[in-house]
Design a protein around this ligand. Structure first.
Ligand code: DX5
Ligand code: ZN
Length: 217
């Protein structure tokens, strides 16, 4: 099992994006999480390609791109060209999930599928062989700074059992309301990667906070 921290740039200071990206680059976090929102799939708009490219220019770290957009298939190639190492689409946003995941791999990136809090793990069980990662949303997607929905930990355990049974090696990531207070429990439940926005960027010492999450019991 891995212990990966993926700080969400949604909570960064966009007036100092390069500074904040370099700070994460120098931290123990292995990945950088990028939240793309279109105002249609979720009731919020975040940012797109130019911001992604600016982050890529400031750090060579593994770029974990979470697409909260409708018809994500239309943009996969451009996100990979802009520097995405992993592209995650929402199961609720695509008609043919397997085809979307295969398309991501064909573009040269790792493939990810995310499920919203109300979507059961069974929605992804038949495509695990095509998914390098499953992202479990532990808040309603759209905004940083919300509280962790408790039932999400049980979904992680269920997904862990399923992945181990099928032997696909798919990674499990969780996103929303994650902090050093629940990081230990989430890794123990079977998460490989934790996304954290406010917990990292609102901390007095973000790099120390990342270490706390990595070492949480
Ligand atoms: C929410 C985003 C998250 C968000 C997490 O839709 O997908 O990645 O930035 O923020 P926190 O860690 O503050 O809950
Ligand atoms: Zn996210």
């Amino acid at each position: 099992m891995n212990r990966i921290i993926s700080p969400s740039m949604l909570s960064a200071d966009f007036g100092h994006l390069e500074r904040d990206t370099r700070m994460i680059d120098a931290s123990a976090a292995q990945w950088i999480h990028i939240d793309v929102m279109d105002g249609v799939f979720v009731p919020n708009i975040s940012f797109g390609f130019p911001v992604l490219k600016a982050i890529r220019a400031a750090s060579p770290k593994f770029m974990d791109v979470h697409l909260m957009i409708v018809e994500p298939e239309r943009y996969v190639k451009r996100f990979v060209e802009a520097g995405a190492d992993l592209v995650t689409v929402h199961a609720e946003a695509v008609k043919d999930l397997r085809a979307a995941l295969e398309m991501i791999r064909a573009c040269g990136a790792k493939s990810g599928v995310s499920i919203k809090p109300a979507t059961p793990v069974s929605e992804v069980s038949e495509v695990l062989d095509a998914a390098d990662l499953v992202l479990i949303m532990s808040v309603e997607p759209g905004f940083g700074g919300q509280s962790f929905i408790p039932g999400s930990t049980e979904k992680v355990r269920e997904l862990r059992r399923l992945i181990d049974q099928k032997g696909t090696g798919t990674l499990i990531e969780i996103d929303g309301g994650v902090s050093a207070a629940n990081a230990g429990e989430l890794f123990a439940a079977g998460c490989d990667a934790l996304v954290a926005g406010s917990a990292v960027f609102k901390a007095e010492d973000p790099q120390a906070e990342i270490l706390k999450m990595l070492n949480a019991k």
